[in-house]
Ligand binder design. Structure first.
Ligand code: FES
Length: 359
């Protein structure tokens, strides 16, 4: 365990904003009289958020006063938990997990990037944008190596993808949270090996499967396509939403401006990971669309398989065929192909249900 000290330079005073004072009063009221010290973590966390993600000494003393605790007791809490920063941090505060699973999966290489780009742990870059520290397991070991930046996780990192992520943050460009490889949740890197029937990945449709259907869900698109009724309703609602959003744009809006108005651009790879997949095996993707997808940094089935609803809307609008990705079930086809299955173009017995018609 490392020694944790208060910052040498401290503000003269601290007080909660009126909103945070009202919030703190509610937190304290959750506990019986005489037990208000139970709110110490919550109040310190709120004080840290208000102070730019670090805890000045006056904030610690303010929390002690509000909870009727000796200063030293609150200081003990603040110095015990690495979630509390005792000195200023960068606007993007990076916590690198260095525990065994992440270490075995390349955390040391990520650390080398941090040292090169930012400096030693605790150092804030001159522009105030970045600082970092090494922490213990953050509970995302299946997606190692990973970092937490402010409140979000960034997983499945490589030195290259992490360096690109830092570049994007520094330039104020949008970044993708979660897996940087497009992996859905914590499923195996090589594709699902279990529950494939549940998700309709064994070549049978969800309709015919005896397994229970996945619930309607706004996140992974391939879960949505199995619930045909919900998918149909969602597709109709989305098309209406897209039409309304596009109608508000100027007539000379670019494809990208239109796509940005209705969805979120999928994460792009700068180059294929090894050989690109033959995207033309997806029914609906010919040479022209494959070229467009390559231009968007999409080279692999698993990238398309991981598209969210917002990303489907973005690509569909960018390529000027809203709704077609759903109708042709690109995501479901890509998911099958990514998992070693066949697509309709392969002439196999594979069936996919059209979300519009159910046929
Ligand atoms: S070991 Fe890194 S998140 Fe658990």
């Amino acid at each position: 365990m490392s020694v944790r000290r208060l910052a040498e330079v401290q503000p003269e005073s601290f007080d909660f904003t009126p909103e945070n004072r009202a919030w703190a009063a509610k937190e304290i009221a959750k506990y019986p009289p005489g037990r208000q010290a139970s709110a110490v973590l919550a109040l310190l966390w709120r004080a840290q958020a208000q102070s730019g993600y670090w805890l000045p000494k006056p904030a610690i003393e303010k929390v002690a006063q509000m909870l009727d605790m000796p200063n030293i007791r609150v200081l003990e809490v603040a110095t015990s938990y690495s979630m509390f920063n005792l000195g200023p941090v960068g606007r993007y505060y990076i916590q690198l997990c260095g525990t065994t699973p992440c270490m075995l999966r390349g955390a040391e290489d990520i650390k080398a990037v941090l040292r090169k780009r930012i400096g030693e742990p605790g150092h804030v870059t001159p522009d105030g944008k970045f600082s970092w520290s090494e922490v213990e397991c953050l509970g995302a070991c299946c997606n190692a190596p990973m970092v937490q930046i402010n409140d979000d996780y960034y997983e499945d990192l490589t030195p290259e993808s992490f360096a690109n992520l830092l570049d994007d943050l520094a330039a104020g460009r949008p970044v993708r949270k979660g897996s940087q490889t497009g992996r859905v949740s914590s499923e195996p890197v090589g594709g699902l090996t279990a529950l494939t029937t549940l998700y309709g990945l064994d070549g049978r449709s969800g309709k015919d499967s005896a397994a229970p259907k996945a619930p309607a869900n706004d996140h992974p698109a391939r879960l949505v396509h199995l619930d045909e009724g919900a998918a149909h309703a969602q597709a109709v609602a989305e098309e209406a939403h897209i039409g309304e959003a596009l109608a508000k744009l100027p007539v000379d809006a670019t494809s990208e401006e239109k796509a940005n108005a209705v969805g979120a651009r999928p994460l792009a790879l700068q180059a294929p990971r090894g050989a690109a997949d033959d995207l033309q095996r997806i029914k609906g993707v010919g040479p022209v669309n494959e070229k467009h997808l390559h231009d968007l940094g999409v080279f692999h089935f698993d990238q398309i398989a991981g598209w969210t609803r917002a990303e489907i809307r973005w690509v569909g609008t960018y390529l000027a065929f809203p709704g077609r990705i759903d109708r042709e079930q690109w995501v479901a086809q890509a998911s099958n192909l990514a998992h070693g299955g066949t697509g309709p173009k392969d002439g196999g017995a594979h069936e996919l249900h059209d979300v519009k018609t159910g046929h």
